[in-house]
Design a protein around this ligand. Structure first.
Ligand SMILES: *Cc1c(COP(=O)(O)O)cnc(C)c1O
Length: 380
């Protein structure tokens, strides 16, 4: 048993060797670099990483090593993080609402790409941001289709307002571009299609040819066994639709995946604290920890159940309610989860595909959430 090892074989190896009491987030850098290369080779434009989905320093470093040269940043912290870890990389400040102080800080940090979705925020940028070579991208929204939840509920101008903003940006002498975010975990390529066609209509309404079109994040990770995402089909649809909608004068494409890059490079190891009367399962992690997203977008079902010696339990057969460790009744995973009959207290549940919106949203509520971070060669 060697717990000073820095790179483990896989989650089962960690369980056998360490029998961890606290949750462990296992990172496989090779899986992350493979995902980055899939985007870089397949997406017909510039690939940037949405830092908010997982801002771990090892994540940023491995993305840079794989060739990612642009980042979507949303706060002074993220601007500084990328400035430090990826100097020279493009930073797109695509949070469309910023305080005066945040705008000043970003200008001083050298940000030259901004998004905007309202007149008031555009006026704030006009007052503080130099025009020379600086890109401003109106962000528009459509009624949601195909996403796991609605991003348009918070951000995005109507197409009519986006056209007005695009015109104003061009008149002011900025580089005028357009951006949208179709919503997270979109498995259907048609989610991008309507947005891209609308972008062409906005350009026409404004009488402005956008320099670039940022098609957002929303690229799916592998959350459900039976539905392995088909990124190539999405990339192809984005390329074809852009060529059709804009013709020969098409804007250069940019994407800003978060989940689609980082989620599948991590597995969360949780332990069963108790199986109570009636069969409900209590884990050492839950919705205030690494499983925050599950009530919002549904259970991850790429689960592996291992005994403490690392051997797999039987087929998942018994649906059980699953709770997290805190004393808050909200701390429960949606519905019931099918788990093996022979599962026992002290066993481990490994959640594959758990790298997005999990490490960064982990809290210490109720004294839980002391998550360990380990690295593995592989996750299977
Ligand atoms: C969160 C976010 C993303 C990443 O979304 P994913 O669904 O994780 O790909 C991209 N762009 C913007 C502006 C975002 O806010």
């Amino acid at each position: 048993m060697d717990d000073r090892k820095t790179v483990w074989r896989n989650p089962a190896d960690i369980i056998r060797s360490l029998r961890p009491e606290d949750p462990v987030m296992v990172f496989a850098p090779t899986v992350l670099q493979d995902a980055a290369r899939r985007f870089l080779e397949g997406f017909p434009g510039l690939v940037t990483y949405a830092v908010k989905s997982n801002p771990g320093e090892a994540v940023i470093q491995n993305l840079v090593a794989a060739g990612i040269s642009g980042f979507d940043v949303a706060s002074p912290f993220e601007i500084d993080l990328i400035g430090r870890l990826a100097p020279g990389a493009a930073r797109h400040y695509h949070n469309p609402v910023r305080s005066q102080a945040e705008i000043e800080l970003a200008v001083a940090a050298g940000i030259t790409s901004w998004s905007v979705d309202s007149r008031t925020e555009l006026d704030k940028l006009f007052a503080k941001v130099p025009t020379d070579g600086v890109e401003i991208s109106p962000r528009f929204k459509l009624p949601v289709a195909g996403a796991a939840y609605d991003f348009g509920a918070k951000f995005g101008a109507s197409p009519e307002l986006a056209a007005e903003l695009l015109r104003a940006v061009a008149d002011r002498g900025h580089v005028a571009s357009l951006t949208f975010h179709p919503g997270t975990q979109c498995v259907d390529p048609s989610a991008w299609e309507t947005y891209i066609r609308t972008a062409a209509e906005i350009a026409q309404m404004a009488g402005v040819r956008p320099k670039r079109l940022n098609v957002g994040g929303g690229f799916p990770s592998w959350r459900v066994h039976g539905i392995e995402p088909d990124l190539d089909a999405i990339f192809a649809r984005i390329g074809e639709t852009t060529a059709e909608a804009f013709g020969t004068d098409a804007p250069a494409l940019v994407c800003e995946p978060g989940r689609g890059l980082c989620a599948d490079a991590f597995s969360l190891v949780t332990r069963i604290k108790a199986i109570r009367d009636g069969g409900s399962v209590f884990l050492n992690d839950g919705v205030y920890g690494g499983l925050t997203e599950l009530p919002l977008i549904g259970n991850l079902d790429r689960l592996q159940i291992l005994a403490p010696d690392g051997t797999p339990r039987g087929e998942p057969a018994v649906p059980r309610p699953v709770f997290g460790p805190t004393c808050d009744s909200v701390d429960r995973l949606p519905g019931e989860i099918a788990l093996p009959e022979d599962m026992a207290e002290g066993d481990y549940l490994v959640w594959h595909g758990a790298g997005a919106y999990s490490v960064v949203t982990n809290t210490r509520f109720n004294g839980f959430g002391d998550m360990q971070h380990l690295t593995a060669m592989s996750l299977s």
